[in-house]
Design a protein around this ligand. Structure first.
Ligand code: PMP
Length: 389
């Protein structure tokens, strides 16, 4: 029998109160949550199949259909962050040796191609540098050359700060017997999205960006075409956790009684419900406009400071994530640290090839306000002046 002297002591850090700073999160996510979302996180627990929780799940589905502008029956939530939704899309749509054509103009295409290969499928790539977008001609050529089962493209690139025009891509995909998969983690709610009108077959997003909720509950939707493809697979989905048949049942998207598949992140679903309620009250058009107005305020302020934006064409910039080139003689991290220390505002650095070369500023949902943009501009301007090497 063990005695108390065998026990290691409880960690002293946990015997002190939680030490918590307040910050304005103006990086590419997570963004700050409005009080109603935080209040939802503090609500008592419900069971994952209790009728009251099912009602909340149903409200979330309605909110997602609105945010995505879709009538798809298979519209639900993946328990996990944006990467989980990516994995879910990949593992449900692709079987062994099937081909995905991946448009890569930043780290999201790169990561999706990695997931495709881990799934035993084949990733062919269309590659553009960060800061550029794809045109219909090259997409059509890629579809004809590789004859893929799916085409992956990122709507709002958060590493290269571009907004991919989506009109016409769905039509090309369908003409070539291909499904269109779109990542709108860093754009949904801040950039116009019409899932059905654009002919998108699978669309996913995240909760912690424009939806202003905590990370961990990621929206996803499958068109009838994509649903049929999943239902007609020759092999079972390699992932139990992400199997869309099971998830669609748990989320009440088929005509069978709901079964326990896993325990939904109950509190994150309450919070997402409130994030979606905020979007519904504001209205999509107003939300898109807010983002545009704030992004233009930021772009103008940055250029006035003599700094350069990574994406020269205004119409191709992602209004949810702006990339600003770090000038010679300045260390991006010093400026970012300056802004955090003096103004408690987050300005992020670059990812992948752009690490050290750009700052990234996120304009997302609840944080999309002129005051927050002024704070970023102030932190950035003073930071650059104070941190010149
Ligand atoms: N796709 C894009 C475009 C993103 O910006 C992100 C998050 N930065 C993800 C996917 C992955 O999301 P998460 O970090 O929530 O897993």
């Amino acid at each position: 029998m063990s005695t108390s002297s065998d026990l290691s002591p409880p960690p002293p850090s946990l015997l002190r109160p939680l030490d918590f700073p307040h910050k304005v999160l103006m990086g590419p996510g997570p963004s700050n949550c409005p009080p109603r979302v935080l209040a939802a996180c503090a609500l008592p627990m419900l069971g994952h199949l209790h009728p009251e929780f099912i009602k909340i799940m149903d409200e979330v589905k309605e909110g997602l259909k609105y945010a995505f502008q879709t009538d798809n029956t298979w519209t639900f939530v993946i328990s996990g962050t944006g990467h989980a939704a990516m994995e879910a899309a990949c593992s449900n749509l692709l079987e062994q040796d099937e081909v995905a054509l991946v448009c890569q103009n930043g780290i999201w295409g790169e990561r999706f191609a990695d997931m495709v290969e881990r799934n035993g499928s084949v990733a062919q790539k269309l590659i553009r540098p960060m800061g550029e977008v794809f045109n219909l001609k090259e997409i059509e050529e890629g579809l004809q050359k590789h004859k893929p089962k799916i085409l992956f493209i990122t709507h709002g690139e958060s590493s290269g700060a571009t907004a991919q025009p989506l009109e016409g891509i769905g039509e090309l995909c369908h003409k070539n017997n291909c499904l269109l998969l779109v990542d709108s983690v860093a754009a949904l709610g801040g950039v116009p999205m019409y899932m059905d009108k654009f002919g998108i077959d699978v669309l996913y997003s995240g909760s912690q960006k424009v939806l202003s909720s905590p990370p961990g509950a990621s929206p996803i939707s499958f068109s009838n075409r994509a649903r049929e493809a999943v239902l007609n697979r020759k092999s079972r989905c390699r992932s139990y956790y992400f199997d869309a048949n099971e998830l669609a049942n748990y989320w009440g998207c088929d005509d069978k009684p709901r079964r326990y598949h896993h325990t939904a992140p109950i509190t994150s679903v309450y919070a997402l419900r409130e994030g979606l309620a905020r979007l519904a009250e504001l209205g999509l058009e107003e939300s898109w406009k807010n983002n545009k107005v704030c992004a233009e305020q930021l772009w103008e302020g940055v250029e006035k400071m003599g700094l350069e934006l990574l994406v020269p064409q205004k119409e191709l910039r992602n209004p949810c994530v702006t990339a600003i080139k770090v000038p010679d003689g300045v260390n991006w991290k010093d400026v970012s640290d300056y802004a955090m220390k003096n103004y408690r505002v987050e300005i992020s650095g670059g990812l992948g090839m752009m690490a050290g070369k750009i700052w990234r500023v996120g304009i997302m949902g609840y944080n999309a306000t002129p005051d927050n943009i002024r704070l970023v501009l102030r932190g950035l301007k003073e930071g650059v002046e104070n941190c010149k090497k």
